[in-house]
Design a protein around this ligand. Sequence first.
Ligand code: NAP
Length: 338
Amino acid sequence: MRTLIVGVGALGGLIAARLRATGSPVWLATRDAGSAARLQTSGLRVTGVGGALAVEAAEVAPVEAYAARDRFDLIVLATKAQDAIDVAPALVRLLGPAGTLLPIQNGGVSQILADQLGQDRVLGGISNLGATMATPGVYEQRNAGHLLVGELAGRESERAARVRDWLGRAVEVRVTPNLRGAVWSKLLLNCSVTTIGAIAGRTMREYIAAPDGRELFERAYDEALSVALATGARPERMLVDPVPPGWSGRRLPGVAHDAWVGQILGAYGDLKPSMLQDLERGRTTEIDFINGYVAGLARASGVPTPANAAIVETVHAITRGQLVPGPTLLGRALGRGG
Ligand SMILES: NC(=O)c1ccc[n+]([C@@H]2O[C@H](COP(=O)([O-])OP(=O)(O)OC[C@H]3O[C@@H](n4cnc5c(N)ncnc54)[C@H](OP(=O)(O)O)[C@@H]3O)[C@@H](O)[C@H]2O)c1
């Protein structure tokens, strides 16, 4: 499978290096010529879970340097969400006749691109792999996670199995017949655990100890789950059941519900939210593809999502420098001033 990896950051660099180390040819696309030149000099080095390795990065060029003659069977799109939406239409002309684009961003990116470019061109993907990039060319695999791929139309397919077998030489890849459900399961947690942690400047375990934190978590989760179900998605169980016990459009308070929140805390409660790291580094966040995606779908399906809309507005205000992450923003997002 002639493979192009677009976006040689934390995840793209990790996958590229591990695929190259198997002896497979792999081409890399960076945002600009300077980044490509630096990678050519540095090569790719990986440490962490899965073992250390170092490979050359010979076939690397800025994305616009690839032309239609460079047809690929697989393009792994590993940029951040907004960049993926921007660059994807230009990548379609680089696909061979049966070529597949595989976006691996969180949130609504796979679905948006499949709607825009056609389901025959886009295979859905999300990543439970964790990776960081110390400097360009230097990556660390942080967990023993996997890429999850599947048809957004919700069926088994030969191409999903082929992509699994091919990329599975580099990192663990699993196929699911319910990719939409898996995307939503992660989105439900990103909408609540991650983004509320980002605005509070705290881990979930820290922010949920405050009544406003608990209230915002419950509201954001209930809203997002209502939207997921209204769109026909069937969120899949990850570490925790995505549907709280006794849920009927909203939570059923009680011991069982508290235990369910406790399970989420046990799995994700002590992680520093990745979006908080983006805010601290002054980087653009993916909020429009997380809570913003949910709020956008909600408008179409008539489900009210005021908490998710407030979280989006709060993150944008932080990005503009008008607010600073902190626990007072929890009450503000609930409309209680602050
Ligand atoms: N890292 C993880 O552990 C992890 C886990 C799960 C999901 N994800 C998701 O995976 C996606 C990628 O995450 P990441 O952590 O790998 O991000 P990242 O480290 O920021 O890497 C993105 C890379 O894409 C490059 N890029 C941007 N626009 C481009 C373009 N038009 N053409 C070619 N390259 C371009 C960026 O270059 P510049 O630096 O020049 O912008 C950067 O090197 C995100 O949606 C993230 O939410 C990541």
